[in-house]
Design a protein around this ligand. Structure first.
Ligand code: NAP
Length: 310
């Protein structure tokens, strides 16, 4: 089975939804393909307070829902399916690109890849085994399970500090374990964390193993300066060490950088004519909701130009 459209957008985070909105508003038949809930990573954000226009901030889920409704009202169709591969026009159907999905093929004149990124794992023993039993990648989802418990957050970026602050609502103590002695997170977040008596920091420490049976009871740490090994007791471990782009399904079809992100130019064009990329999946993304949405709009305008040149 297959569906045909002018623009296929892969991913329904802010980049994909903005691309879908702009493409549909341009009068192009548009299908947004998403395997999960619309909103992408922001669906995990309890509050987005840096998206212009929402003076009091807005929950990530709500913002994602608004973006999705707006794209659908403009005429974009949503297909819930997992994309398995992209066949470029040169090898595709009648000069069109083919997006192969778990449901049906989507045949399109232009494709916008907006698949974002997924959580990076630490890759240490015990992490995978104890995921869901004390190891988590989502403070918003799992924080309420840690009322009056001691938790650790691994990482030193905006996500780690946002998670740590959110976890103070539930946990009795939140220890941020960071591999350096300086945070990458914004100054505003650092100040909030510094002012919160429930947040403590363990500097120059890397997790070597997550321990516990049947649930997490501690982490084994290595001091990066002295090499000293220690055990730190915790009930939960929240891993917030960044993300990896979701480009596995591309299988070498589009040029990627060394980190696996799609290489684009200022018009969001990839090295394949008629295939564009937007948001966290692209090289050098600022990884903000507003920049992802901007990328999506740029990609859709470029797709429109490309289609009218066919
Ligand atoms: P990030 O900025 O890449 O930070 C990842 C953190 O994890 C860094 O502190 C890094 O350490 C550490 N790390 C990476 N690999 C590690 C490993 N194997 N073991 C231990 N630590 C490791 O990722 P992010 O915090 O998820 O943020 C991603 C983007 O989203 C950023 O652009 C951020 O500004 C944005 N964001 C914004 C907000 C907001 O409120 N505006 C909230 C969340 C995220 P080093 O510092 O040593 O490299």
């Amino acid at each position: 089975m297959s569906k045909t459209c002018q623009v296929a957008v892969i991913g329904a985070g802010p980049a994909g939804l903005a691309a879908g909105l702009y493409a549909a508003r341009s009068g192009l038949s548009t299908i947004i393909i998403e395997m999960a809930f619309p909103g992408g990573q922001i669906a995990n954000a309890p509050r987005v307070d840096n998206y212009p226009g929402f003076v009091e901030g807005i929950s990530g889920i709500e913002l994602g829902q608004y973006m999705h409704s707006q794209a659908e009202q403009a005429g974009a169709e949503t297909l819930t399916a997992e994309v398995s591969s992209l066949v470029p026009a040169t090898q595709g159907s009648g000069g069109h690109h083919v997006v192969r999905t778990s449901e049906e093929d989507v045949i399109a004149e232009a494709v916008i890849v907006a698949t974002g990124a997924r959580y990076r794992m630490l890759g240490v023993p015990g992490e995978a085994e104890l995921t869901g039993r004390g190891v988590s990648y989502c403070a918003t989802c799992d924080g309420p399970f840690y009322r009056e418990k001691k938790v650790a957050v691994i990482g030193g970026g905006d996500t780690a500090i946002t998670d740590a602050l959110e976890l103070t609502t539930f946990a009795s103590q939140v220890t941020v374990i960071h591999r350096r002695d300086e945070l990458r997170a914004s100054r505003a977040l650092q100040e909030k964390a510094g002012d919160n008596p429930k947040v403590a920091f363990l500097w120059n420490a890397v997790v070597e193993e997550v321990l516990g049976q049947p649930g997490v009871s501690s982490v084994r740490l290595k001091d990066t300066k002295s090499g000293r090994i220690s055990e730190f007791p915790v009930d939960g471990v929240f891993v917030a060490v960044g993300s990896v782009p979701s480009t596995g399904f591309l299988n070498g079809v589009i040029a990627l950088d060394e980190g696996g992100c799609i290489i684009i130019n200022e018009q969001m064009e990839t090295d394949i004519a008629g295939v564009f990329a937007a948001g966290d999946v692209r090289h050098n993304s600022a990884r903000q909701v507003i920049t992802a949405a901007g990328d999506g709009a740029t990609a859709a305008l470029s797709a429109r130009r490309y289609i009218s040149s066919l």
